[in-house]
Design a protein around this ligand. Structure first.
Ligand SMILES: [Zn+2]
Length: 53
């Protein structure tokens, strides 16, 4: 399930890969893709606004 970054309620995280997105729809899309393919979609991660570490 998509959740927001701690202290940043405007950033939605993909729970699978940990990348953050500015909109929940894209985070959900990433999460669905990550779960299905066990890898990230470059097309989707391109839109990431937050990368852990
Ligand atoms: Zn992901």
């Amino acid at each position: 399930m998509v959740r927001t970054l701690q202290g940043r309620p405007d950033i939605f995280l993909c729970e699978e890969c940990g990348l953050g997105y500015a909109d929940e729809a894209t985070a959900r899309e990433c999460e669905a893709f990550c779960k299905t393919h066990n890898a990230c979609s470059i097309e989707i991660t391109r839109a990431a606004v937050y990368r852990p570490r």
